[in-house]
Design a protein around this ligand. Structure first.
Ligand SMILES: Nc1ncnc2c1ncn2[C@@H]1O[C@H](COP(=O)(O)OP(=O)(O)OP(=O)(O)O)[C@@H](O)[C@H]1O
Ligand SMILES: [Mg+2]
Length: 470
């Protein structure tokens, strides 16, 4: 039947094109003036430009969050998405079907199939049981009683209300009532859920629980969700992408990380300043290229030299394919060099914190507190991707920029003076030693440079009348 076209793979769940919604007299005139650059304030005598030139897609299976101050146009925008409001200009396309200008009958059909809504104040029918409420959408669709019952029971189970079907809404807590609202929307089995401040009336703890459950359900059922909220932490927690609205316009659209680290303007920056960054940013977001890395095959002398040059007490040691083997500390490596050992192996310790790129900073504090070392970020194959210095975590706690670019030293400070290391390298150097240590061409070149280095260092020390302790 031509009534139910199947959208092509890859079609966005929602496409919004240059959508403007003006409430008031003379919408055409208002539109012209908006197009000519008039602001919301100038149009106030005519009415309210609630949404101005909104233009975005919502991908299938995405949680798309809209946030902004009260009156910024969020509810107006979401109501155009299911055709509850007709835009003054622009179009809305739902799963490939443009609903703007559609007949009411067709629109109802599209809504029935594709879009359901969860309201802030639950909007349950007080004289119907929980089960009847959950199945209400299906009842409207004309689904037979037995099937309705079965689907409603199943979905109540899914939202954690198994066994509550016979109760009345008034017998349920706020959180449970909102679960019924969610169940009702889910039971309809539409692709898209619109949620306008759906959790705003809940206590903080219940609200957190609902957020987590929503993410779980979304992952399981693959719904596309448009979620409106005032609460920034909620937006950051839920949103795959977040649209920030101001005075009817979308002023920024991006991932939580993009909005946090690169706010489009002062309004957005001010908006996000209170966000708990540690819950949003991941190790992968803030990690830096570790400077203190040596390959195991380069040997103890190369490792010691690297530590001297970086003035750090430790370096990461990687094997083939940049697989992280562990860390070595300057004192242990110094001992190896003093003993003339060729292999770095005995000094490698795997006693240092390793995390994966998708762990939130809030999950990293414990590891960071227990260790002096930067956290090593590795992929599933154990390859070293980067390092998170402790200062980065502290910066996140203090809600300052997570970029440590301005911190000169991110590695752990050296515990052995440069002169001591240089002298040891010098004293233990034999013409063949450096070459034997060097297992690859890079290391050979480095060894040559080192020899020159050591000579220069020795000359300098001599000239300055410094005595090396060796
Ligand atoms: N039906 C309407 N008639 C006239 N003006 C309206 C109508 N609906 C909304 N507005 C105006 O449009 C603007 C945007 O309102 P909207 O409800 O979309 O904001 P919001 O971002 O959802 O705010 P809140 O966070 O308070 O829910 C407001 O100035 C509001 O007064
Ligand atoms: Mg609103």
């Amino acid at each position: 039947m031509s009534e139910t076209p199947v959208p092509e793979a890859g079609t966005p769940a929602l496409s919004v094109r240059r959508l403007t919604k003006f409430f008031g007299r003379k919408p055409k005139e208002a539109l012209d003036r908006l197009r000519a650059g008039a602001g919301r304030a100038e149009l106030a005598p005519l009415g309210t430009a609630a949404v101005i030139d909104a233009d975005f897609d919502v991908r299938r299976g995405e949680i798309f969050v809209v946030m902004g101050l009260s009156g910024s146009g969020k509810s107006t925008l979401i109501r155009t998405l299911n055709g509850l409001l007709e835009p003054t200009d622009g179009t809305v396309t739902v799963m490939g079907e443009t609903i703007t200008g559609m007949s009411p009958k067709r629109l109802r059909e599209v809504r029935r199939r594709h879009v359901s809504m969860v309201f802030q104040h639950f909007a349950l029918l007080p004289h119907r049981s929980v089960l009847e409420n959950a199945g209400y959408g299906l009842e409207i669709q004309g689904v037979p009683t037995a099937e309705r019952r079965e689907r409603a029971e199943h979905i109540l189970e899914r939202v954690g209300l198994g066994g509550w079907g016979d109760k009345m809404p008034s017998e349920l807590s706020g959180g449970m009532q909102q679960r019924v609202g969610l169940a009702r929307a889910l039971a309809s089995n539409t692709d898209i859920l619109l949620m306008d401040e759906a959790f705003s009336a809940l206590d903080p703890l219940i609200r957190k629980e609902m957020q987590e459950q929503l993410v779980e359900l979304q992952q399981e059922l693959g719904k596309t969700i448009v979620f409106i909220t005032h609460d920034l932490n909620e937006a950051m927690f839920l949103g795959d992408r977040i649209a920030v609205m101001r005075d009817g316009r979308i002023v920024q659209l991006g991932t939580a990380e993009e909005i946090l680290t690169d706010p489009a303007d002062d309004y957005v920056a001010q908006f996000v300043q209170d966000v708990d960054r540690s819950r949003v940013l991941t190790a992968g977001n803030v990690m830096e290229a570790p400077r203190a890395v040596v390959t195991a095959s380069a040997g103890p002398r190369a490792a010691l030299r690297a530590m001297r040059d970086l003035q750090t007490s430790m370096v990461f040691v990687v094997g083939s394919g940049r697989r992280l083997l562990g860390v070595v500390h300057d004192r242990d490596v110094l001992r190896l060099v003093q003993r003339g050992e060729r292999s770095l192996e005995p000094a490698i310790s795997d006693d240092h914190p390793v995390v994966s790129a998708d762990e939130h900073l809030s999950e990293l504090f414990e590891s960071a507190v227990e260790s002096q070392l930067p956290l090593a970020v590795v992929d599933e194959q154990g390859r070293l991707l980067g390092a998170v210095p402790r200062v980065t975590l502290l910066a996140a706690l203090g809600n300052v920029s997570s970029n440590t670019g301005e911190h000169a030293v991110i590695e752990t400070p050296a515990t052995i003076p440069v002169d001591v290391i240089t002298a040891t390298l010098h004293r233990t150097a034999r013409p063949d030693t450096a070459i034997a240590d060097a297992a690859d061409a890079n290391a050979v070149a480095a060894a040559a440079a080192e020899a020159a280095d050591i000579r220069a260092e020795a000359t300098r020390a001599d000239a300055a009348g410094e005595r090396s302790p060796a």
